[in-house]
Design a binder for this molecule. Structure first.
Ligand code: HEM
Length: 364
């Protein structure tokens, strides 16, 4: 595709697909030409992800404060204790499902705690956030409609639940993200309740399944290449670089959408204002003109400018958190398990979405 049809129009989806690194990078780098104002399934509200400047810049400046690498690094001991608690429950058993026992609970608990959710409601959160990112299993209009109705219901329930937390925090602020969003201002104006709710829901939708897949994909690679386990046990300082390569090689998000704001060209191909454009990160990350030997996993690949967290003004807000959670989860597994092997014979069932790379279970 990169060689023969690097920019092609897909009639059935009514959008352009872009496969080369240079073109994908150009699109993400130019928000004035390629707008983020698009409707995401199951979310009627404007969120950071679907805003353009100047509103995006104001909103992003405000929420950035809660997600700086320094703020996030302070969470390290706490995330380590969450990961170790998950492993305590399975360690004597000799087997575990990486998805269910570790990769799902760690990000859910962390985001729930950041938001200030009551501990007993954490798994309810997981269910809601799963529904928001769920793809249709069948290709029929009926199943699509049913999915939309389920997403709408989950969204309404989440709004009611988070709305009750916003009311509680207005009366009695705590040290959590919702309290910060209530007290902060953009140009002397406080955020409206629906903006606080929209942002909280975005965190759940954007941060849970992605990080679950990052952790699972990392373990998957370690079982495919057991030598890498040895290397990382001997040299834990290689773990951050290893994660960048997991992100490049098995990107949890495969593609990023935009809308052309004016008539333009991409890779020599004329595009009309209003056309939908999809940048295929999974392909850009394997582009031989950017990454030497792109289909080889290099544990210490440098430089490694993958696009798995996007690029430019919408670069993933949660990247420092996702990296930290992933590194802590893998370090804990490597420290506590002598030899991690895939439970041979288990069929790998992919998550049913063309935009997500992950599997439903990964028993080891
Ligand atoms: C944006 C991927 C984890 C919150 C993005 C974008 C990508 C991405 C590709 C850019 C979308 C665009 O340009 O339209 C990932 C991956 C993750 C991850 C692969 C895990 C491995 C997280 C986490 C959080 C988070 C843990 C929060 C707790 C966000 C938010 C945005 C975003 C709020 C919107 C930023 C903006 O529009 O300015 N993410 N993400 N993500 N991500 Fe992540």
């Amino acid at each position: 595709l990169r060689r023969k049809s690097p920019v092609r129009y897909d009639e059935s989806r009514a959008c352009w697909d872009v496969f080369r690194y240079e073109d994908a990078h150009h699109i993400l780098k130019n928000p004035a030409e390629f707008s983020s104002k698009r409707r995401l399934a199951g979310n009627e509200n404007d969120t950071l992800l679907t805003m353009d400047p100047p509103r995006h810049s104001q909103m992003r400046a405000l929420v950035n404060k809660a997600f700086t690498p320094r703020v996030i690094s302070e969470l390290e001991p706490h995330i380590a204790s969450i990961a170790n608690e998950c492993l305590d429950a399975v360690i004597g058993r000799g087997s575990m499902d990486v998805v269910h026992d570790l990769a799902v609970p760690v990000p859910v608990i962390v985001i729930a705690e950041l938001l200030g959710v009551r501990p007993q409601d954490r798994m309810l959160f997981k269910e809601w956030s799963d529904i928001l990112v769920m793809g249709s299993e069948e290709n029929s209009e009926a199943s699509f409609k049913q999915l939309m109705a389920t997403k709408q219901r989950a969204l309404e329930e989440l709004n009611v639940y988070l709305g009750s937390i916003v009311e509680e925090r207005k009366k009695q602020p705590k040290e959590d993200l919702i309290s910060l969003l209530i007290s902060d201002e953009i140009d002397g104006e406080k955020l409206k309740d629906h903006e606080i709710l929209g942002f909280s829901i975005l965190l759940l939708a954007a941060g849970n399944e992605t990080t679950t897949n990052l952790i699972t994909n990392a373990v998957r690679y370690l079982t495919e290449a057991p030598k890498a386990q040895e290397q990382l046990r001997e040299h834990p300082e290689l773990i951050p670089g290893f994660f960048e390569e997991v992100l490049r090689y098995y990107p949890p998000i495969q593609a990023i959408g935009r809308v052309a704001a004016a008539d333009c060209t991409i890779g020599g191909q004329p595009i009309k204002a209003g056309d939908q454009v999809v940048s295929w990160v999974a392909s850009a990350n394997r582009d031989e003109s950017k990454f030497p030997d792109p289909d080889t996993f290099l544990i210490d690949r440098k430089p490694n400018a993958h696009l798995s967290f996007g690029f430019g003004i919408h670069f993933c807000l949660g990247a420092p958190l996702a990296r930290l959670e992933g590194q802590i989860a893998i370090r804990a597994m490597l420290e506590r398990m002598a030899d991690i092997r895939f439970a041979a014979g288990t069929p790998l069932v992919p998550i049913q979405s063309p935009f997500v790379f992950g599997v439903k279970q990964y028993p080891v």
